[in-house]
Design a protein around this ligand. Sequence first.
Ligand code: SF4
Length: 283
Amino acid sequence: MRPDFFDIVEHAKSRGFVYRVYTNGIGLTADKVRRLAALDPLTVELSIFSADPAVHDAITRVPGSFHRLLRGVRQLKEAGLRVYLKTVVMKPNVAGLADLRKLGRELDVFTHIFSCEVSPRIDGDPHRPSAYQLDEDELYAYLAHDTWRKQLLPLAEGHPEDVARQRQSGGPAVNGGCIDPYGTLFPCIAFRVPLGNVRERAFRDVWFAPPPAIRELMAIQSYADLPECRSCELNGFCNRCHGDAMLERKGDWQNCRPRARRIAAAERKLYQLLSKEAMPRHG
Ligand code: SF4
């Protein structure tokens, strides 16, 4: 944790910002939780990978991290904070999801979110995390499980070109941005094209005069503005992220994002199957 974390939060609060804290929970102490509670964050969001300490610790590669995380969650709850748990479903933890869901309920957290997308590393090395990404059969089995099945609805329906026009695509540099520890402002955490540096120019000046590459990004409003997405038969199920596409495709971010395609394909396949099952039989 940055030694000036609380200074930053206090300053942000004094300027009227609402803030959320993302943490792995390892460094939380009773004193830090007390200081955090006094600053009233909107949420405190923690990653949990398994209800089995050995699996969780193997993924974080930090022995003891599971027990420290749980202790942190309980302290945050006792302090009256809204705790979110977040789980990325991956090869090593997919078998234990029912237990993990049960643990989230026992901990009585505000919400527990599951996602099956493993993002590439920001340093452009997508290979190590991608070894954990579920393959198509595993994705299909995960989505078909009773627990998740009800979420399988297309985000929009119709001919691909019509769906593409209806669907907005991401919001980097529109509804948020990211400032790294050196003052560089980016459109989002994953989209690593700098807008400028807030240590050299006022945030307002940087934000409202973005370089040409960012103006191009801001011009993309819907799936219809993306060359491969506008006629893609999966665009009603796809949740592509421009930043992840940039990391995965080494800058070629406007075209298809392969990982998003794999998930959208599994969701559509299952949705079509379930729709057929639900259709009344005649004759
Ligand atoms: S699957 Fe690929 S081409 Fe199709 S909508 Fe998603 S990102 Fe675009």
